[in-house]
Design a protein around this ligand. Structure first.
Ligand SMILES: NC(=O)c1ccc[n+]([C@@H]2O[C@H](COP(=O)([O-])OP(=O)(O)OC[C@H]3O[C@@H](n4cnc5c(N)ncnc54)[C@H](O)[C@@H]3O)[C@@H](O)[C@H]2O)c1
Length: 254
């Protein structure tokens, strides 16, 4: 059995991971970490990481970027592999993630679904074929409780397109300030928020007389929970300190 600590255990994703982990027969949740430290399950929940004394093999995190720095220090000091699924990590915090991954295995993905991994590969290919002439716009849709915008996945899709382009694109999130025509080197990224949408992403390649759309629709949170548990199994088995992502997991499964 893999002993796991669930960070953000009382949130929507935390609860989905806990229930999938318990149903899998492969994981035992030894402790939870959440700033809202109510005990919802049959394991202890702590609001401070230094209170956790349970032995573990891995930490899975679906919480908030306000927790990331402390979590990196905790995992480094306990030599614990970390699956980082919280979105919105960027800038200096991202650099800290990379530095920590020189010491412990860190699996980081803003989207734990295998389908999104495939979508990225298709976007890379489409950008290679169409990127010189077609305009690229990305639309993401999520529930009305989501804090960050655009989604980390939308950024990952933009980066996948950028990797195949012959120029450095500029990401544009807001067209209300600039009264000018769209530049071909822009990638427009748009966030829709409402209701209970789990997560939808569309990459549009818009050319003269045709639009190629590559899309993905997440139907339930279990999708991400299962992906995070697969990622956890993967880094527990591959304990070499480095940064891992979905491409590494997909390669290990194929
Ligand atoms: N990578 C993926 O595939 C994927 C998929 C879905 C959601 N997410 C991300 O996972 C995160 C959580 O999503 P959610 O829908 O479960 O949110 P949520 O708000 O339902 O849950 C977040 C939980 O984290 C706790 N928390 C917040 N700040 C904390 C801190 N500093 N220390 C400890 N606990 C803290 C909250 O109390 C809450 O219980 C978000 O960043 C979301 O974008 C990632």
């Amino acid at each position: 059995m893999i002993r796991m600590i669930m960070s953000g255990c009382n949130g929507r994703m935390g609860q989905a991971v806990v229930s999938q982990a318990q149903a899998s027969g492969k994981f035992i949740v030894v402790a939870g970490y959440d700033s809202f430290a109510e005990k919802k399950n049959d394991f202890p929940v702590y609001s401070a990481l230094d209170q956790i004394t349970e032995e573990a093999d891995v930490v899975i995190d679906f919480s908030n970027i306000s927790a990331t720095e402390a979590l990196l220090e905790f995992c480094q000091s306990r030599k614990l592999p970390l699956v980082l699924a919280t979105t919105g990590i960027a800038g200096e915090l991202e650099q800290k993630v990379l530095r920590t991954a020189e010491m412990i295995p860190v699996f980081k993905s803003f989207n734990m679904s295998l389908g999104i991994s495939l979508l990225q590969a298709l976007v890379r290919q489409a950008a290679k074929v169409l990127g010189d002439t077609y305009d690229i716009e990305i639309i993401e849709k999520h529930h009305n409780q989501k804090l960050d915008a655009p989604s980390g996945t939308a950024i990952m899709i933009a980066q996948a397109a950028a990797a195949s382009l012959n120029f450095e694109p500029e990401y544009v999130y807001d067209r209300t300030k600039a009264h000018q025509k769209r530049d071909h080197k822009e990638i427009g990224i748009h966030a829709v928020r409402g209701g209970t949408i789990v997560g939808e992403h569309e990459a549009m390649f818009i050319g003269p007389n045709e639009i190629v759309t590559i899309g993905h629709s997440a139907q339930s949170r279990e999708l991400f929970a299962n992906g995070a548990l697969k990622a956890a199994e993967f880094i527990v088995a591959n304990r070499k300190p480095m940064i891992y992502n979905m491409d590494d997991l997909v390669a290990s499964l194929s």
